[in-house]
Write a protein that binds this ligand. Structure first.
Ligand code: ADP
Ligand code: ZN
Length: 572
């Protein structure tokens, strides 16, 4: 609760929650408010100050969206929780109040690798910024600490783990703090996709500095994460600012995976030749292979993953930011906080673990507002892999259930026959109409009644178990359905099963689609190292005919851009 704190130290003198005209506290520099304007009420002076700082320091004409309101709230000493999509302009929401209010704005950010760049960019604008994180040696740290204590900083960037160190807290107590900005605030939420234990320590800021306003910001938050951020950071008195999460210039497309690298290459050649983009892969090995494949095929691509030497990683990141038209092939270790406006596409070669992660990653495309593509390829193996990762993950049952729900939401997005954007925005609590700029809007997929094929596949699993006491993976089940006399079929005498050959009416690829969708819908499951098929609690309803199964009919080769004429039928 925000009860009065007895015995907890407070920072600095004076009424932290009212804006002071600049000048008396040595925090001037870029933060010079209209000097000596005693006749103007404080709030108005601050407002004028904010706009003046926007013009003079940042060189921008006007505030965007709710920036002005957010800045007013923080300058006035109030707390704020800001949900705004990537590229929305969150940084100014704390940078300007930090310049307007007396003292140093402390920014908590997990983006250690970017702190130097952020600080350099601010310094280039004449803002006195510094950072403290684990990449510095003692001397560098001492220097920043001295600047902080001398009131020679406007902004101090801090890695969250610094706040676990008592000496950092004591240092902060010896200076004057204008505000705390908690960037990437979703990292405090265990529900979310990017939880960082160090962020939990942030809940104590309010106890130590009850009068210093706090602003928490994130570009990704479902209702559940939103609520969790507010409660964990004890932001019950904060004003919440929730911007629309729609990114209308991004075209969302999700395709069945055939040959992912070829599909990707086709996409790049057909739609994004010579343009900058990010390709996300699940594993380091596939990052390496994909980057190599692209280079071999004439695409300027660089790898990025945590296994690379830090120097190489840094260099690749710098090149991606600096040069035109590079493709970064990366694990999700890459991208948070990357500010490159002209990323024209974000491609996922593996299924993301959650819709939140997917939306954040795809949000890195098209920050300049120009048309951009978010393309994802996923297949049966992705579903199997994600489910297995959950089964073998550490943590309690509740944690696994949470992971499972995240994947289910992601799968629902992949398998939907409705507008992708409607579903995405609904996930973030926003209602919208079909967008006309996603694959399902552009080439509406049909759905079909897959009840009978589902029953055939499930029966095969049942027969294997009952008649042979065996379990097999999807490959064998499909061979049995198709009536293929493979060596393995003969070896196990599976051509003697009553289900042998009952599925010859569908092609193999479609059977895999059926299996994937049953898996997605939880009507079938896999288990163990060999991903053998097993029934679920709901499989029985399908087998008994009590439950109908609706499946998505998909274009067999969906790597190409859908035709731009809405309403045309998918090619099959
Ligand atoms: P976010 O952190 O929300 O992803 P940024 O703060 O990095 O977004 O802002 C995205 C881009 O928009 C940056 O290049 C920033 O300088 C620019 N920007 C932010 N606010 C304004 C504004 N009011 N006018 C013009 N450009 C702005
Ligand atoms: Zn749509």
């Amino acid at each position: 609760m925000s009860a009065p704190d007895f015995g907890t130290p407070r920072t600095g003198p004076g009424p932290d929650r009212t804006p002071l005209p600049d000048g008396a506290d040595g925090s001037s520099g870029a933060s010079a408010l209209a000097e000596g304007a005693p006749a103007v009420p404080a709030a108005e002076a601050a407002r004028g100050g904010a706009l003046e700082v926007l013009h003079r320091v940042f060189g921008y004409e006007a505030f965007r969206g709710s920036q002005q309101e957010i800045i007013d709230q923080v300058v006035g000493g109030g707390d704020a929780l800001v949900l705004m999509p990537t590229g929305g302009g969150k940084s100014l929401c704390y940078q300007i109040p930090a310049l307007v209010r007396p003292g140093v704005g402390v920014v908590i950010s997990p983006l250690i690798a970017l702190m130097q760049d952020q600080v350099d960019a601010l310094r280039a604008l004449g803002v006195r910024a510094g950072f403290l994180n684990s990449t510095q040696d003692l001397d560098e740290r001492r220097l920043v600490e001295a600047e902080f204590l001398a009131g020679e900083l406007d902004l101090l960037y801090l890695a969250p783990e610094r706040l676990r160190v008592e000496s950092t807290l004591r240092l902060l107590e010896r200076g004057t703090i204008s505000l705390f900005a908690i960037d990437e605030a979703h990292c405090v939420a265990q529900w979310g996709h990017d939880f960082r234990p160090d962020y939990l320590a942030l809940s104590t800021l309010h106890e130590r500095w009850p009068r210093v306003p706090r602003i928490a910001l994130t570009a990704t938050a479902t209702e559940a994460t939103h609520t969790e951020i507010a409660s964990r950071l004890k932001l019950q008195d904060a004003r919440h600012f929730v911007a629309s999460f729609d990114r209308p210039n991004i075209q969302y497309r999700i395709a069945p995976k055939n040959e992912p690298r070829r599909q990707l290459l086709q996409l790049l050649r057909a739609e994004h030749p010579g343009e900058a983009g990010i390709v996300y892969c699940l594993s380091r090995a596939s990052v390496e292979k994909t980057a190599e494949f692209l280079v071999k095929n004439g695409v300027d691509a660089l790898p990025y993953h945590a296994g690379l030497d830090a120097r190489v990683r840094q260099e690749n990141q710098a090149r991606f930011l600096r040069e035109d038209g590079l493709v970064m092939v990366a694990t999700i270790a890459f991208g948070m906080g990357i500010d490159k406006p002209d990323v024209r596409f974000v491609a996922h070669l593996d299924l993301p673990k959650s819709v939140e992660g997917y939306y954040q990653e795809t949000g890195r495309a098209g920050r300049d507002g120009r048309p951009s593509t978010a393309w994802l390829a996923y297949g049966y193996q992705d579903v199997v892999q994600q489910r297995r990762m959950i089964d073998t993950s550490e943590g309690d049952a509740a944690h696994r259930r949470r992971l499972g729900e995240h994947v289910d939401a992601m799968l629902a997005l992949c398998e939907t026959v409705e507008c992708r954007r409607v579903q995405l925005l609904a996930y973030f609590g926003e209602k919208s109409d079909p967008c006309g700029n996603c694959d399902t809007c552009l080439t509406p997929p049909e759905s079909w009644d897959g009840t009978v094929p589902a029953q055939k596949l499930l029966s095969t699993v049942v027969r294997l178990k009952r008649e042979r006491n065996q379990k097999f993976g999807v490959g064998q089940a499909v061979d049995i359905l198709l009536g293929k006399k493979t060596a393995k079929v003969i070896q196990f005498d599976h051509d003697g099963l009553s289900v042998f050959g009952i599925g010859s009416d569908l092609p193999e690829a479609q059977w895999r689609g059926v299996a994937r969708q049953l898996l997605s819908q939880g009507l079938l499951a896999v288990e163990g190292e060999y991903s053998t098929l097993v029934l679920t609690e709901t499989s029985g309803d399908v087998l008994s005919g009590a439950r109908k199964v609706t499946l998505r009919k998909e274009p067999e080769r969906a790597a190409r851009a859908p035709p731009r004429t809405p309403g045309s039928a998918p090619s099959r």
